[in-house]
Design a protein around this ligand. Structure first.
Ligand SMILES: [Zn+2]
Length: 126
């Protein structure tokens, strides 16, 4: 019996859930009205702006950043204060979640600026 956390369901809504897990969830959702209800209610909360993946995650971990914020960070578009927080989060805390989010970014996420961003984010695809 597959078991999915709210974080995973939200990641799926955001299309950031790893493919393997995502397939398992889709399969499971077909047979489980309960999962579909949870997805629907999470989607509604999220669409009302009351619940973001970051907010949910923060309750369990030390502040994570949304995909959008991370993308802006990589494009060098965040202010220095925020930028420092993100650097700290990625490089000192080494948050696997945010690193995975960055790993999954494609050119569209990153091409809004031509600025080359250099950090120790070794895993970043170029
Ligand atoms: Zn994080």
């Amino acid at each position: 019996m597959a078991d999915f956390t709210n974080e995973e369901l939200l990641a799926w809504l955001d299309e950031t859930l790893p493919l393997e897990r995502s397939s398992a969830l889709e399969l499971h959702a077909r047979q489980s009205p309960e999962i579909r209800e949870r997805l629907e209610s999470l989607r509604q909360s999220r669409d009302q702006g009351g619940l973001t993946l970051g907010e949910i995650w923060r309750r369990h971990r030390i502040g994570c950043f949304s995909r959008d914020v991370l993308a802006r960070h990589l494009r060098g578009e965040t202010g220095s204060g925020l930028s420092e927080q993100i650097q700290f989060h990625l490089e000192t805390i080494e948050c696997v979640w945010c690193r995975a989010t960055i790993e999954s970014m494609n050119e569209t996420d990153l091409t809004r600026t031509t600025r080359v961003f250099q950090t120790s984010l070794g895993g970043l695809k170029t």
